[in-house]
Design a protein around this ligand. Structure first.
Ligand code: PMP
Ligand code: GLN
Length: 393
C-alpha cells in the first residue's frame, strides 16, 4: 500500500517540519508564520453570533453573499479594483485553495507556469499536482548596487514562451518581504500580454507594508483586469490563520476556471466564518492603519534583536518575515544553520532553500517571522543575544 507517485514526489512542508522540531526542543518559534496572539475580538464575536443565529449549513458554492459583497467593497476601497460579487468572486478554503484551484482550473499537463523563486511552497506543489512545469525566475538578494531584492528583466522575459499559461506572483512577497514596484509589475504585465498568459496574484500580505512602500495590484495595470485573478484571505489581515477563509477574484471566465475546481475540491467554505470575515473586511480604516503600525513595531523589535545578536537582517518592505544571510558560518547550508539555531540556541527559523525549485540558485539565508507577541520576541532576543552569533567562522 502506498501513496500515488504524484503525492510521493512532494517534499514534506518545511513549516510542519520546523514547528514540530521547535515544539520538541522547546524552541521559540519564529519559523512558521502564524501570530501567537488572537485576532480582533469583534471579528471572533461575529463568528459566535453567526453560529448562534443558525448560519450553519452549506454556504453557496461561490461564497456567502455578504462575504462576496464585502470582498468587492474591500477591493474597491483598498485596491481600486471593480469586482462584481455575483460573477467575479469565489470564496475558497484559504488562499492556498484559491491558488490550487486556479492552477487546476487553468493549467493542463505540460503547460508552463512562471513564478519568482524563492517561491511559496504550495505553488510548486499545486503546479506539480496539475502536471504543469514551473519556470522559476530568481529573485536576487540586495547587494551593493541593489538596495532591495531584485530580478533580471532578461531572465523574466526568457521564462515566458508559447507554453506559458500562468504567472504566479506574490506581493508583498513571502519569504523575502519584497513589495513589487509598479515598474516591476509593469514588466510582468508586459510578458503576460505578450504571451497571452493569465496572472494569478497572491496578495495575502497586502495590508502589511512599511516605510512608505505601496502595495499595488497587478489587476489595476492597463490591460490586466481581463487576465488577472487576485487572491487573498483573512489569515494575515485579521491574524486568524486557522480560519482558512480566502478568495479569488477576476473576470468571469477566470472565476469559472477556479470554480470548476473549487466545486469538487471543497464545494463550500465554513459558513459562520464567512459571515465573520465579511464583518472584518468592513472594519473602519483605523483597524487597517493600526494593523500596519503594530506590525511595523514588531518588525522593529525583531530587526533590533537580530542586529544585537550579530545576525544582520535585510529590512523587509512588506509581509511579516525578516531574512538574514547566514553563509560563512561553518554550516553546510541554511537548513543546517536553522536546525542548529533551533536545537542549540532555542530559536526556530526557516531555511530559504526550501522555497527554491532550482536549489542550486538558493543563497544561504534564514527567515525569521515577526508575527509574534512581545513576550515571544523578547525571549527570542534574549536567546539570540546569549548565543553570541556575531563571529563568522
Ligand atoms: N500565500 C502566501 C504567500 C502565504 O505566506 C500563505 C501563508 N499563510 C498563504 C498563501 C496561505 O494563506 P491561507 O492561510 O489563507 O491559505
Ligand atoms: N504561510 C506561512 C509561512 O510562510 C505558513 C503556512 C503553512 O504552514 N502552510 O510561514
Amino acid at each position: 500500500m502506498q501513496a500515488s507517485g504524484r503525492v510521493r514526489a512532494l517534499p514534506p512542508t518545511v513549516f510542519s517540519e520546523f514547528s514540530a522540531l521547535a515544539a520538541r526542543v522547546g524552541a521559540v518559534n519564529l519559523g512558521q508564520g502564524f501570530p501567537d496572539f488572537d485576532g480582533p475580538e469583534v471579528v471572533r464575536e461575529a463568528a459566535v453570533a453567526a453560529l448562534r443565529r443558525g448560519d450553519n449549513q452549506y454556504a453557496h458554492g461561490l461564497g456567502a453573499v455578504p462575504l462576496r459583497q464585502a470582498i468587492s467593497e474591500h477591493a474597491r476601497r483598498f485596491l481600486d479594483l471593480t469586482v462584481d460579487p455575483d460573477t467575479e468572486v469565489v470564496v475558497t478554503c484559504g488562499a492556498t485553495e484559491a491558488i490550487f484551484d486556479a492552477v487546476q482550473g487553468l493549467v493542463d499537463a505540460g503547460d508552463e507556469v512562471v513564478a519568482f523563486q524563492p517561491v511559496y511552497d504550495s505553488y510548486a506543489a499545486s503546479v506539480a499536482m496539475a502536471g504543469g512545469v514551473l519556470r522559476p525566475v530568481t529573485l536576487q538578494p540586495p547587494d551593493a548596487s541593489h538596495p532591495r531584492w531584485w530580478f533580471d528583466a532578461g531572465e523574466l522575459e526568457a521564462a515566458f514562451g508559447s507554453r506559458t499559461r500562468v504567472v504566479l506572483l506574490n506581493t508583498p512577497h513571502n519569504p523575502t518581504g519584497k513589495v513589487f514596484t509598479v515598474a516591476e509589475l509593469e514588466q510582468v504585465a508586459a510578458c503576460c500580454r505578450g504571451w497571452n498568459a493569465v496572472a494569478v496574484v497572491d496578495e495575502v500580505y497586502g495590508h502589511l507594508v512599511y516605510d512608505g512602500a505601496e502595495h499595488r495590484s497587478l489587476a489595476g495595470l492597463p490591460g490586466m483586469a481581463e487576465r488577472t485573478l487576485t487572491v487573498s484571505s483573512g489569515a494575515k489581515t485579521f491574524g486568524l490563520t486557522g480560519w482558512k477563509v480566502g478568495w479569488a477574484m477576476g473576470p468571469r471566465v477566470l472565476r469559472d476556471a477556479v470554480l470548476g475546481a473549487h466545486q469538487y475540491v471543497t464545494f463550500a467554505v465554513p459558513t459562520p466564518l464567512q459571515h465573520a470575515v465579511a464583518a472584518a473586511l468592513r472594519l473602519p480604516d483605523t483597524y487597517f492603519a493600526g494593523l500596519q503600525a503594530d506590525y511595523a513595531r514588531r518588525r522593529g523589535k525583531l530587526l533590533a534583536a537580530l542586529n544585537a545578536s550579530g545576525l544582520v537582517p535585510w529590512t523587509p518592505e512588506g509581509a511579516y518575515f525578516a531574512c538574514v544571510d547566514v553563509g560563512g558560518r561553518g554550516f553546510s547550508d541554511d537548513d543546517a544553520f536553522c536546525r542548529d539555531l533551533t536545537t542549540r540556541v532555542g530559536v526556530a527559523a526557516i531555511p530559504l532553500s526550501a522555497f527554491y525549485v532550482d536549489r542550486s540558485r538558493a543563497p544561504c539565508v534564514a527567515r525569521f517571522a515577526f508575527c509574534k507577541s512581545d513576550t515571544t520576541l523578547d525571549e527570542a532576543a534574549r536567546r539570540l543575544r546569549a548565543a553570541n552569533l556575531g563571529a563568522r567562522r
